[in-house]
Design a protein around this ligand. Structure first.
Ligand SMILES: [Mn+2]
Length: 269
């Protein structure tokens, strides 16, 4: 099913969506491979979908080392921005010290929207939906008559008080629980994205790569993480979930949201 797109991808890639690099924690070898991937194409739009830097590990008790490989990635981002790439950095829960800022073609924020072939897409890390998912908190999620805003606020307070909960750890328990939690996560995101007038969302946070279109047309994309070397790219054919391997280059996994018929244009006679 996996189809390599070796040799051709560069001019076709319009956007890159990547999350959960956890620099400061991830092994330098992964960081080096990510840097190589980043240099392999001139991405006009780069969406950093959160938890790029692991502030928890850098500041925590088991302080980890900031290695040169991480610097190289930051440098590659900055040089891409200098060459005109638009970088949008969506702040994740492991990055509590980051604040929104607009530096022209580098923007930090909690969420953003973009347009893919005429469809509005929400891009957000996704940690704010944790309370809709945590088994011990489900009673609270069922009370969401008060609206999602209350749960978002509570999630914010809890994480600011240092009550750290890891989606990734939680879904490691068993397959049944994992499926249930991921589907609750998707539903919460869908509801929120729709409330913002979006037809799809690209998120991170779970470390579970996915790209799917529901029967009702809603697109859910999850970048996965760089332990698995996954990312989502936008090409002229739509969105694709890829797994990067420096030997076989980029492998296409799925394509969604191809241009609509009406957007393709009338052939010139
Ligand atoms: Mn996260």
């Amino acid at each position: 099913m996996e189809k390599p797109i070796v040799g051709k991808p560069k001019p076709y890639i319009k956007s890159l969506f990547v999350s959960d690099l956890h620099l400061g924690f991830s092994t330098p070898a992964w960081a080096e491979e990510f840097d190589r991937f980043l240099r392999s194409a001139a991405f006009p739009n780069i969406f950093l979908v959160g938890d790029i830097i692991d502030g928890w590990k850098l500041n925590g008790r088991n302080r980890s080392k900031w290695v040169q490989a991480y610097n190289n990635i930051i440098r590659t981002f900055l040089s891409a921005a200098r060459k005109g790439a638009r970088i949008r950095y969506l702040i994740g829960n492991h990055e509590p010290s980051l604040r929104p800022i607009d530096l022209d073609n580098v923007v930090l924020d909690y969420e953003t929207t973009t347009e893919i072939h005429g469809r509005k897409l929400l891009v957000i890390h996704g940690d704010r939906f944790d309370l809709f998912v945590r088994p011990s908190m489900l009673w609270l999620a069922h009370l969401s008559d008060h609206g999602d805003a209350f749960l978002f606020w509570l999630q914010h307070v809890l994480s600011n008080r240092g009550l750290r909960w890891s989606f990734r750890q939680a879904i490691r328990t068993n397959v049944k629980k994992r499926t249930a939690m991921i589907s609750r996560y998707r539903e919460a995101i869908k509801r929120y994205a729709r409330s913002k007038g979006c037809e799809g969302a690209i998120v991170g946070h779970t470390h579970h790569p996915e790209l799917r279109v529901d029967p009702d047309g809603f697109l859910y994309g999850n970048c996965g993480d760089w332990e698995e070397h996954t990312a989502i790219i936008e090409t002229e054919k739509g969105l694709a979930l890829i797994r990067y391997d420096w030997q076989t280059h980029i492998v296409l996994q799925e394509v969604a949201w191809a241009p609509r018929e009406e957007n393709v244009g009338v052939p010139v006679a």
